[in-house]
Structure formats: C-alpha cells, structure tokens
Design a protein around this ligand. Structure first.
Ligand code: ZN
Length: 157
C-alpha cells in the first residue's frame, strides 16, 4: 500500500488516498476514478510534496510547498506519528466495514434515504459517480471516499 498526497485541479483541495501501487494510482487517475472529497472533481494530480525533514544534502533542493490547510498544530507531525495515524485510520475502516452494508451502485440513493430518515441503517458503502458525489455534497449529505480502496463484493467470485 502507498499513500499519495493529491490535489484537485478545480479547487486546489488537498487530500490523501491509499493505493495498491503507484501504477494503481495512475490507472485510477487516467480512468477518472479518483474524485476530490471536497468538490468531487476527478481532475486530480499528485500534490507538490513538502520537503522532507532530514533529506540528504546531495538531493536536489525542493521548492517549498504552500502551507497545507490543516488543523492548527504545535509542531510538524513526525513521520512516525503520520504512519501511526494512517494505520489507525486503516484499522478503523477495517473495523467499520463489516458493520457497513455494501450498496454498490445504489450508494447515492441509499445515502439520500439515510439523510432523509427513510432508512434504518446508519452505515453503508458503495460506489457513486462524481456527479452523484457532487449532488450529495451540494445537498449537505455527508459522504466520504473510503480511505483504503476495497474491491466491490460483487466483483469477487
Ligand atoms: Zn476539490
């Protein structure tokens, strides 16, 4: 697994996403499968990386990236902390998924039903097109991309 800092073209929103490999990122990017969690834009690129602390002096100088919009923090998180937090997020998702119902392509309808109190369940996951994700966002319905990509159950044998 590999995590990339990504940035949408339309809104310059920064977010992180996990991929099986760098190739997997390129494939999903080319097919428009990666959508910005803020605005739903599928025109997504790797964000400019901030210079790494402790980089070897013989590496090319890296131009400083603009400040990341993030919660105020007293200090830059250490790589160890970042790894720990990401591991916790992945563990949390693994813990939630068994309680979450896979709704596949019905995700947008099911999310809308939940939002309007027409559904009994409170946790679902599925697939939504960028347009559907944008519409949910516009209607104030909370939906977020899975932090760790999963294979849809209906594609598994
Ligand atoms: Zn965006």
């Amino acid at each position: 697994m590999i995590v990339f800092d990504l940035c949408c073209v339309a809104g310059d929103h920064r977010f992180e996403a996990w991929f099986a490999s760098s190739q997997s990122f390129s494939d999903q990017q080319a097919r428009g499968l990666i959508a910005c969690p803020v605005c739903g834009d599928v025109d997504v690129n790797k964000a400019v990386m901030a210079p790494r602390v402790g980089a070897k002096s013989n590496q090319l100088p890296v131009e400083a990236a603009p400040a990341m919009p993030s919660a105020p923090a007293a200090a830059e998180p250490t790589p160890e902390l970042v790894r720990k937090v990401l591991a916790e997020i992945a563990a949390k998702q693994a813990e939630m998924l068994p309680r979450s119902r896979w709704v596949g392509r019905d995700f947008a309808d099911a999310a809308r039903a939940m939002h309007e109190g027409r559904a009994t369940e409170d946790l679902i996951h599925g697939q939504a097109s960028p347009d559907e994700a944008q519409a949910l966002h516009d209607d104030g319905i909370a939906a977020m991309p899975l932090l760790v990509p999963i294979a849809p159950p209906d594609t598994l044998n």
